[in-house]
Design a protein around this ligand. Structure first.
Ligand SMILES: *Cc1c(COP(=O)(O)O)cnc(C)c1O
Length: 229
């Protein structure tokens, strides 16, 4: 299937999942995960109306973004090292993968040098998988206030990557727990957080039913990625 057909089918599935949950489909943002894909593919997706793209490596984004249409928005969704923060602040409109106070402080400093505010999401490792980055929930609640005090960062919500499973229903409780954790953060903050980024190609409908406002979709849109070497 081509990109246009894939996109139609994903949009239909997003609409259906939102409707099942009594939500407005327009409250769900489709983030097109373009890692490993070329600027030509991004341009084709942009012609079909997609405007927000996700990349997981600063180096790849640095080479790719200048070759893509200019009006797109980019989210960083992969683990970020402190020596890449300066480029990240220049390249991305949002960093979804903030997972420590030290990283937040570095981003704050780089955003200050660039005289901009930087929207961020805090990445949470809900089930403590050793292979994944992200805050443990208790640690997130401990550092939340300190991050919120960094003047150049704006916390827009939470992000998670659940354990991989062929059965999306199995990760429904993980999505529900992230939503509860967001409510706890909102209580600390005394204000609502607009975003909860969860759901990928295999599980985005369940994520939407559990409250996702950003779904990060690569494979279902662009096809299989080449295997990592
Ligand atoms: C690659 C990636 C995705 C997209 O995964 P698909 O299963 O291809 O849709 C989503 N989120 C993150 C953080 C990723 O690294």
């Amino acid at each position: 299937m081509g990109l246009a057909e894939n996109l139609n089918s994903i949009q239909e599935r997003i609409r259906a999942a939102a409707t099942r949950a009594g939500r407005d489909p327009a409250s769900v943002m489709l983030l097109a995960v373009s890692k490993t894909h070329t600027p030509d593919t991004v341009a084709e997706a942009a012609r079909l109306g997609l405007s927000v793209f996700g990349e997981s490596k600063v180096q790849e984004a640095k080479a790719k973004i200048p070759l893509c249409p200019g009006k797109l928005r980019w989210h960083m969704i992969g683990h970020l090292q402190s020596n890449k923060c300066r480029d990240a602040v220049r390249l991305f409109q949002m960093i979804e993968s903030v997972d420590s106070l030290a990283l937040a402080e570095e981003l704050n400093q780089r955003a200050d040098q660039a005289a901009r505010t930087l929207p961020i999401l805090l990445e949470v490792n809900m089930v403590g998988e050793a292979s994944k980055f992200g805050y443990k929930p208790a640690q997130l609640l401990e550092e939340f206030k300190a991050i919120n005090e960094l003047p150049r960062l704006e916390i827009h919500g939470l992000m998670t990557i659940p354990p991989w499973t062929p059965t999306p229903e199995k990760v429904r409780p993980v999505f529900a727990q992230l939503r509860t954790l967001k409510q706890e953060c909102e209580q600390l903050l005394g204000a609502p957080l607009p975003h909860i980024s969860m759901g990928m190609s295999g599980d985005f409908e369940v994520a939407i039913e559990e409250g996702a406002t950003i779904v990060r979709i690569g494979t279902a849109l662009f096809g299989e990625r080449p295997k990592a070497r």
